[in-house]
Design a protein around this ligand. Structure first.
Ligand SMILES: Nc1ncnc2c1ncn2[C@@H]1O[C@H](COP(=O)(O)OP(=O)(O)OP(=O)(O)O)[C@@H](O)[C@H]1O
Length: 327
C-alpha cells in the first residue's frame, strides 16, 4: 500500500493589492481526513482553497503535500483536484467527454480515456447517463459528473468549493451523505469549503473555523463544538448561548440549560418566546444585563411543566457545561 500524503499549510498568505484575504494561516491535515473550512462570507476560505489547488498564487508561506513544497507548481502537477461551486461542466461535451477531458489534455489515447471515464462514472452512479449533455442532467447529477471529472486524475487531495450550494435543501442532505461515503471509499483527503455549520458538522472529521482571514479555531469537529474558545466560534457553530457573567464571557449549549423555579437557580430569567419544534421546544428568555438566551428542551420535559411567555423562571446548568471564552 502506498502511503497517502498529508497536507500542510505553512504561514499561508494571500494578498489582493491592499486586501489581505488570508493572513498567515498554518494547519496540518492528516492524510485521509474529511476537513471543512468554515466561516462567514469573505473570511478567506475560497482563497485558501484556491491556493492549495494552485488556481491562485501564494503571496507568502507554503503549501506542502507529503512534505513536498507544491506552492508554485501548476494545478495539474500537484496531486490535487478541485470541484467548483457551479460545476464548470462544458455544455457542448457529453458527460463522458467532460469526465475524460483532463486525460485528453494529457494526451491519453481514446480507448483508455473512455474506460477510465466509465470507471469514474460507475463510481458516482452515472454510467447510464454518460452520453447526455450537462443541460440534460438534474442538479444532483451535474454534481456527480463534476465529482467524476475531478476524481479522474486520481488526486490525493480533493478540494470542494461550496459543492452543495446549488442544490435544493432535500438534495443537499442526500448528496452530503454521498460525499462522505465516497471520501471513505477513496480514502483520500477532502477539503470542503462551506459557510453552513450544519453541513460542516455533518461531514467533517475536522473543522477549521475562519474569521477575518485567520483561523479562529480548528480541530476534531466534536472537540471544537464541545468547547468553543471564542464567542465568534460559539455563535457561528450555533446551538450555543454566549452569556456575559460577572467572571467573564461563557458559552453554554442550548440543550445544557435547565429550567428551575424562579429564585432557585444561578440566573433569574423571564420567558420571552416559546417555539414548538416537534421533538423539541425552544424557550427563549431574557436574563440580567439585557441578554437573551435559548434553552432547547425535549418536548416531554417542556410539556411536563409548560411555561408561558412573561413567566418568571430560573436557569441552571452543570458547571462543566460552561466554557470560558477568550473573546
Ligand atoms: N480576485 C480578487 N481580487 C481582490 N479581492 C479579492 C479577490 N478574491 C477575493 N477577494 C477578497 O478577499 C477576501 C476573501 O475572499 P474569499 O473569496 O477567499 O472569501 P470566502 O470566505 O471564500 O467568501 P465567500 O463565502 O463569500 O465565498 C474578501 O474580502 C474578498 O473580497
Amino acid at each position: 500500500m502506498t502511503l497517502k500524503p498529508d497536507l500542510e499549510l505553512v504561514s499561508l498568505v494571500k494578498r489582493y493589492g491592499e486586501t489581505v484575504a488570508v493572513d498567515g494561516i498554518s494547519y496540518h491535515f492528516d492524510a485521509g481526513t474529511y476537513a471543512c473550512l468554515l466561516g462567514p462570507s469573505g473570511c478567506g476560505k475560497s482563497s485558501t482553497l484556491r491556493m492549495i489547488a494552485g488556481h491562485e498564487s501564494v503571496s507568502d508561506g507554503a503549501v506542502l503535500l507529503g512534505g513536498r513544497d507544491v506552492s508554485h507548481l501548476p494545478p495539474a502537477k500537484r496531486g490535487t483536484a478541485m470541484m467548483f461551486q457551479n460545476y464548470a461542466l462544458f455544455p457542448h461535451l457529453s458527460v463522458r467527454d467532460n469526465v475524460a477531458f483532463s486525460l485528453k489534455m494529457q494526451g491519453t489515447d481514446a480507448t483508455t480515456r473512455k474506460s477510465r471515464a466509465n470507471e469514474m462514472l460507475e463510481l458516482v452512479d452515472m454510467l447510464p447517463l454518460a452520453d447526455r449533455l450537462p443541460a440534460q442532467l438534474s442538479g444532483g447529477q451535474q454534481q456527480r459528473a463534476a465529482l467524476a471529472r475531478a476524481l479522474i486524475t486520481k488526486p490525493e487531495v480533493l478540494l470542494l468549493d461550496e459543492p452543495l450550494s446549488a442544490l435544493d435543501p432535500f438534495l443537499r442532505i442526500k448528496m452530503r451523505a454521498e460525499l462522505r461515503k465516497l471520501q471513505r471509499e477513496l480514502g483520500i483527503t477532502f477539503i470542503h469549503v462551506t459557510h453552513g455549520q450544519d453541513e460542516a458538522l455533518a461531514l467533517a472529521d475536522e473543522i477549521v473555523v475562519m474569521n477575518n482571514a485567520r483561523i479562529e479555531q480548528a480541530g476534531a469537529t466534536r472537540t471544537v463544538f464541545e468547547a468553543p474558545k471564542t464567542a465568534f466560534v460559539a455563535r457561528f457553530l450555533g446551538s450555543h448561548n454566549v452569556v456575559t457573567m460577572p467572571e467573564g464571557k461563557i458559552a453554554i449549549r442550548t440543550d445544557a440549560l435547565r429550567i428551575r423555579p424562579a429564585g432557585a437557580a444561578r440566573l433569574p430569567a423571564t420567558v420571552t418566546a416559546i417555539e414548538y419544534q416537534g421533538t423539541h421546544v425552544a424557550l427563549t428568555a431574557s436574563i440580567p444585563g439585557d441578554q437573551e438566551v435559548t434553552a432547547l428542551l425535549s418536548d416531554r420535559d417542556f410539556f411536563d411543566a409548560p411555561k408561558m411567555e412573561g413567566e418568571a423562571i430560573g436557569l441552571d446548568w452543570d458547571a462543566q457545561e460552561a466554557h470560558a471564552l477568550a473573546g
